[in-house]
Write a protein that binds this ligand. Structure first.
Ligand code: ZN
Length: 146
């Protein structure tokens, strides 16, 4: 990754960290879950409205570091309009890329977060919202990175 790209990625993360998208409760939510990352103190609640197996709306609330907030913000944007299967396979690609440093398919805007793989502690911040989304969809209600 060159410096200019790294800087651009940093800017996107800061922007989403400071002005998160879809940061609100969702009254018509069909699925919700709460996620915790005790290592960093991040808390996130993910709300989704599923209809015919499609994510019609996704929002989140909570408090956490810039990485966890930016990741949740980018996630809610990325999964909007996707089927549950597509959303979960995007999580799988993202997880593979940041946790296992594997080859990945097109991650779109989520690529800005790939820099975290150099910081193992931050990986949990970046994947928290996704684990929480998975818990919401599976009806588990609670997710933890531990
Ligand atoms: Zn964090």
């Amino acid at each position: 990754m060159n410096d200019a790209l790294r800087e651009l990625y940093q800017e996107v993360i800061l922007d989403h960290g400071k002005r998160p998208r879809n940061f609100r409760p969702l009254e018509q939510a069909t699925h919700c879950a709460e996620g915790h990352n005790p290592l960093c103190g991040d808390c996130v609640t993910v709300h989704v409205r599923l209809e015919d197996g499609i994510v019609r709306e996704a929002t989140f609330e909570g408090s956490g570091c810039a990485i966890s907030t930016a990741s949740a913000s980018l996630m809610t944007e990325a999964i909007q309009g996707k089927t549950v299967e597509e959303a979960m396979s995007l999580f799988e690609e993202f997880r593979a890329a940041v946790v296992e440093d594997r080859e990945y398919a097109d991650l779109g805007k989520l690529e800005v977060l790939l820099g975290v793989k150099e910081f193992p502690v931050r990986v949990k911040c970046a994947t928290l919202a996704w684990h929480t989304l998975q818990a919401a969809i599976e009806g588990a209600g609670v997710a933890s990175t531990e």
